[in-house]
Design a protein around this ligand. Structure first.
Ligand SMILES: Nc1ncnc2c1ncn2[C@@H]1O[C@H](COP(=O)(O)OP(=O)(O)O)[C@@H](O)[C@H]1O
Ligand SMILES: [Mg+2]
Length: 394
């Protein structure tokens, strides 16, 4: 099948280089996997010419890992819209879900409507707004529409009105968008990956961001430094554990919540729900990540992407994960052909296959020689036990 990989080439001159470089890595990794599975994969560095290029191509399917357009994450839904307009089937979530999930406040409103817990919050459009008296310090201040912990350092946690104003002012100035102020949920940090759709959606093992050697003076936040600056103390202070060490009833509640969030927001093929637990283990949803990071994590100087890591723990290697996502999308479009598996013939001398002889089951080796084993060895590795009359003597 001819597949377009929609991604972005890494450009050194842009902001948030670490994130951009990672996104490029994903595009290349997906291309390699699809090629090794026999597909023809064409890499598209998405820009204003891509619509025309795709329209003139004979692409049958797109693997959409493009999270940026002209360096902005706000255009992510438009890439999916472009594919819709061109009528090209593609992996991952649709434009409505992608657009909704960019805005953390919109997601919180929807989740609250469905009775799912998310931290209490207030949105600040100016630094002088009066703080809702219901909100209790410590609070965390973050941009409404950003990802990858951009704009979130451990200093995002504020303990009094003065710190709050200063941090809100910083977000408004720096990111040109409102500031989301949430109650800081101080328990474990858990993230859960989901694969698939509808009734067949499958949960991956839970992952925990453990603040193991975390600098004592910093608040426990999976900050930009902790995610991306490998020389920082915060980066060194993090350990990712899969599965998270949780009592069964907490794990159940977390997984159930993750699945509900996934379905409520109409996420497709793969997604990741970020949560924080209260000190007594109640999960609060921070955000939904449709089309989450799927970087192949192998090197020691990178924080792993959670989905490939959790998949690995579930005995699904990277190539299998990418092909699973691809197949989930193909199935949604009714583009899969189901082929019944046929038994494989033996290929090597040492792999015996079962053949039937007059006396029951004998073994035929790869070079065609038939060996008649002793009666007690007549059960082939590949077959269910066959009843052999013990009185027959060869
Ligand atoms: N209300 C909160 N309570 C505790 N920690 C939070 C809260 N909101 C965000 N964080 C911390 O900040 C990190 C990034 O926040 P998140 O909302 O997931 O945004 P992003 O899209 O940047 O990942 C989280 O992984 C968590 O460590
Ligand atoms: Mg997050």
């Amino acid at each position: 099948m001819k597949v377009a990989i929609l991604s972005s080439v890494f450009r050194k001159e842009g902001d948030f280089k670490e994130v951009e470089e990672d996104l490029y890595t994903v595009g290349n990794a997906v291309k390699r996997v699809l090629e090794s599975a026999g597909h023809e994969a064409v890499f598209f560095d998405v820009n204003e010419k891509t619509f025309e290029e795709l329209r003139n191509s004979d692409i049958e399917m797109a693997f959409n890992v493009c999270e940026r357009f002209n360096g902005s994450s706000l255009f992510e839904p438009h890439i999916a819209s472009m594919l819709e307009l061109l009528n090209i089937p593609y992996t991952g979530s649709g434009p409505l879900t992608l657009a909704t999930c960019i805005n953390k406040v919109r997601v919180k409103e929807i989740l609250m409507h469905h009775g799912i817990l998310t931290p209490n919050y207030q949105v600040f459009y100016s630094r002088n707004k009066k703080l809702d008296p219901e909100l209790k310090f410590p609070l965390i201040v973050k941009p409404v529409c950003m990802d990858n912990s951009i704009g979130i350092g451990s200093d995002a946690v504020v303990n009094n009105d003065e710190e709050l104003r200063s941090k809100v002012g910083y977000i408004l100035r720096t990111y040109d968008q409102p500031a989301l102020v949430e109650e800081f949920i101080a328990g474990k940090e858990i993230t859960v990956g989901v694969l698939g759709n509808g009734r067949n959606a499958t949960l991956l093992p839970t992952a925990e961001v453990v603040f193991k050697n975390w600098p004592a003076e910093d608040n426990k936040v999976y900050s930009y430094e902790a995610k991306w600056s490998k020389d920082s103390d915060q980066w060194k202070g993090i350990t990712i554990e899969v599965p998270a060490d949780l009592p069964k009833y907490q794990e159940y509640r977390i997984k159930r919540t993750a699945l509900q969030v996934y379905n409520i927001l109409g996420v497709r093929d793969y997604g990741r729900v970020d949560m924080r637990l209260s000190p007594d283990g109640v999960p609060y949803v921070l955000e939904m990540n449709p089309n989450p990071g799927i970087s192949p994590t192998v090197s020691d100087d990178e924080q792993p992407d959670f989905i490939p890591l959790a998949a690995e723990k579930a005995e699904m290697n990277y190539d299998q994960l990418i092909l699973r996502i691809f197949n989930e999308a193909l199935e949604r479009y009714n583009m899969t052909i189901k082929i019944m598996e046929m038994p494989k013939p033996a290929t090597t001398e040492n792999t015996p296959i079962a053949v039937t002889t007059e006396v029951g089951t004998a073994l035929k080796t790869g070079n065609g020689e038939v060996q008649i084993p002793e009666l007690k060895q007549k059960i082939s590795q590949k077959e269910k036990p066959v009843r052999v009359d013990p009185d027959i003597v060869i």
